[in-house]
Design a protein around this ligand. Structure first.
Ligand code: ATP
Ligand code: MG
Length: 265
């Protein structure tokens, strides 16, 4: 639990934290395709990092390397100082694809990683209940995936990750399929979670407003092979109100700055 954010500027506090994830000259290749890099970038413990960039530039690839499902062709990805060479169990990963098991109910899907980790039943049930509530799926605990909408399925995946209580959250466009109201609610929930846990977030999105609302820093990737071409510090005050923050004059300036940085020219 990290309480520093409640007391001082998160920008300063985070800059003193040790590095959680380190991309050191990382290149990704798929056969002859040079997909990403070289990328050199560090994420500090407790930082909220957003990543934006054109489709196909290697954002999901970056996350896969932190999760340990993909190895770099060149360079090294380190987690807490050690090269990632196997599946990283400290990571909770919300991918762009949906991995709900169709034969399990909502609550059993959310509980899945807790069973793998042999969390005692009562504690698992508590975490599952809280997570389902946070994503607004109360009442659907016994429903099966086929009975849910796309946005609801996505929320099951989010709840599963929340219940897992990882040190690092990797989120790949997690709110893309949610309506605007729900999305805003999830932004609030996520900021609360981040504040309470001191966890590290790497959050991929195409939505610049979303990136600015949530993040300490936004990395703008170039087109494929994607490399970080711009890193923008978001120096908006914390704690942030997800609605009020949008009327902060600096908010619009950040949108313009990121929009310009994304421009391929
Ligand atoms: N397993 C794979 N095998 C072959 N090529 C792949 C594989 N995974 C990714 N690629 C290729 O690598 C490039 C980067 O893919 P990646 O999924 O990381 O992009 P992205 O930035 O996440 O895009 P999007 O915003 O559309 O999700 C793409 O050209 C993609 O086709
Ligand atoms: Mg992707």
């Amino acid at each position: 639990m990290s309480v520093h954010r409640l007391q001082s500027s998160p920008m300063n506090a985070v800059s003193e934290e040790p590095v959680a994830i380190d991309f050191d000259g990382v290149v990704a290749r798929f056969g002859a395709l040079h997909a990403m890099g070289p990328t050199t970038l560090s994420v500090r413990q407790g930082e909220f990092l957003a990543v934006v960039g054109p489709s196909g530039c290697g954002k999901s690839t970056l996350l896969n390397m932190v999760a340990g499902t993909l190895r770099p062709a060149e360079g090294v990805v380190r987690y807490k100082g050690d090269a990632v060479t196997a599946i990283n169990h400290d990571v909770g990963y919300i991918t762009q694809k949906n991995f709900c098991l169709p034969w399990r109910t909502v609550e059993a899907n959310v509980r899945l990683p807790l069973e793998f980790r042999r969390i005692p039943k009562a504690e698992a049930a508590r975490r599952v209940r809280i997570a389902i509530d946070k994503v607004g799926l109360g009442g659907f605990e016994k429903a099966y995936p086929r009975q849910l909408s796309g946005g609801m399925l996505q929320r099951v995946m989010i709840a599963r990750t929340l219940a897992y209580e990882p040190d690092i959250y990797l989120m790949d466009e997690p709110f893309g399929s949610l309506d605007a109201q729900l999305r805003t609610r999830m932004h609030g929930e996520l900021l609360k979670l981040w504040q309470e846990t001191g966890a590290t977030f790497v959050f991929v999105t195409h939505d610049l407003q979303e990136a600015i609302t949530l993040a300490d820093r936004v990395v703008v990737m170039s087109g494929r092979p994607g490399r970080p071409k711009r890193v923008v510090d978001i120096e908006l005050p914390r704690p942030r109100d997800v609605i009020d923050i949008q009327s902060n004059p600096a908010f619009g300036a950040y949108v313009k700055e990121l929009w310009a940085a994304l421009d391929v020219h």
